[in-house]
Design a protein around this ligand. Structure first.
Ligand code: SF4
Ligand code: MG
Length: 320
């Protein structure tokens, strides 16, 4: 019989100490609502983070949580999923954490296509360490936390993910929790690696891309800078993953949309394709090399209850 869960079952009372008005609150709320609406039991759910303001998120969610090292959320998350594919694994963290320190992991995760979800809180600054420019802040931009305009160019996470092979690529906005929740749910339901880049205003250090900028009416009647791709009839999904022409067409379309920024900022799903996951590929090899993922392997004799694994070699002192 299924367990009847309430939304409050997904939240702890941990105080994240985020600043008033921080976009992180909206993302936290959307994450809890997504898990609740998909009826994922908390003991089957894992949140993995790196370091930063947003990396405190796993503490505030009632599920398994791992607060790892800077830039290392993705490799931890991939390892957890491979060890126990029955878990729903969601990596969370900031743009500095994921696109800066974790840049190599970000690229290579795309090549593998492990079935996890990665939610990036993108505020264009390193909030926890007082607002230095992060990898997504564009060249020449000057936030109130910088003494001079940014001397480096910014990366485009959507285009980057596309180049690396991510199979679900989306963007949402932290103050539109309804939209964000729906995108996260679709990312979780996607079979493969899902990136959800979330525009996350940081009112403390980023005064150029704030709520007023994102929601400014740029065209009457009431057309805001942030607009939804789904409202324009945009078709993001590759229907036939064997059709190279369709794949190229959808990738080029997503690429073009990813560079829209100053006057119009699209949110929604940019691209989705279903291909084999890393787990499926490794399962093919498991038939020859491994009996099952580590979490499913037998570790005791069912009759004698004696351990049938031998870790004595791991306990031996290392001699150089
Ligand atoms: Fe949020 Fe910015 Fe404050 Fe960090 S510094 S908690 S990102 S508002
Ligand atoms: Mg950041």
């Amino acid at each position: 019989m299924g367990i009847s869960l309430k939304l409050s079952d997904y939240k702890t009372t941990y105080d994240t100490e985020w600043c008033p008005g921080c976009g992180d609150f909206g993302i936290l709320s959307a994450l809890a609502q997504s898990a609740f609406e998909l009826n994922i039991e908390p003991h089957k759910l894992v949140f993995v983070s790196g370091i930063g303001c947003s990396s405190k998120t796993p503490h505030a969610l009632k599920a398994y949580g791992v607060h790892t090292l800077h830039g290392r959320a993705l490799p931890f998350a991939l390892g957890i999923k491979l060890a126990n594919p029955n878990l729903e694994v969601i990596a969370v963290g900031g743009d500095g954490d994921g696109y800066g320190i974790g840049a190599g992991h970000f690229s290579n995760a795309g090549r593998r296509n492990v079935d996890i979800t990665y939610v990036v809180f993108n505020n264009e600054v390193y909030g926890l360490t007082k607002g230095q420019a992060s990898p997504t802040l564009k060249l020449g931009m000057k936030t109130k936390s910088l003494p001079l305009p940014n001397i480096n160019a910014g990366v485009n996470p959507i285009a980057w993910a596309l180049a690396c092979g991510y199979t679900f690529i989306a963007r949402s906005y932290a103050y539109d929790t309804k939209h964000l929740k729906e995108v996260i749910k679709k990312g979780i339901q996607h079979k493969g690696l899902a990136l959800i880049d979330v525009l996350q205003p940081c009112p403390t250090y980023n005064d150029i891309h704030d709520k007023g900028w994102f929601e400014e009416v740029i065209m009457q009647p009431n057309i805001k800078r942030v607009y939804k791709l789904e409202d324009t009839g945009y078709d993001y999904k590759v229907k036939d993953p064997t059709n190279q022409d369709e794949i190229l067409r959808k990738q080029l379309q997503a690429l073009a949309k990813s560079f829209e920024w100053d006057d119009k900022v699209p949110i929604g799903i940019f691209y989705q394709i279903e291909i084999s996951t890393y787990e499926e590929r490794i399962n093919e090899r498991c038939k020859t090399y491994f009996a099952a993922p580590p979490a499913s392997q037998q570790i005791e004799d069912p009759l004698t209850k004696q351990a049938i694994t031998d870790i004595s070699k791991l306990m031996e002192p290392i001699t150089l």
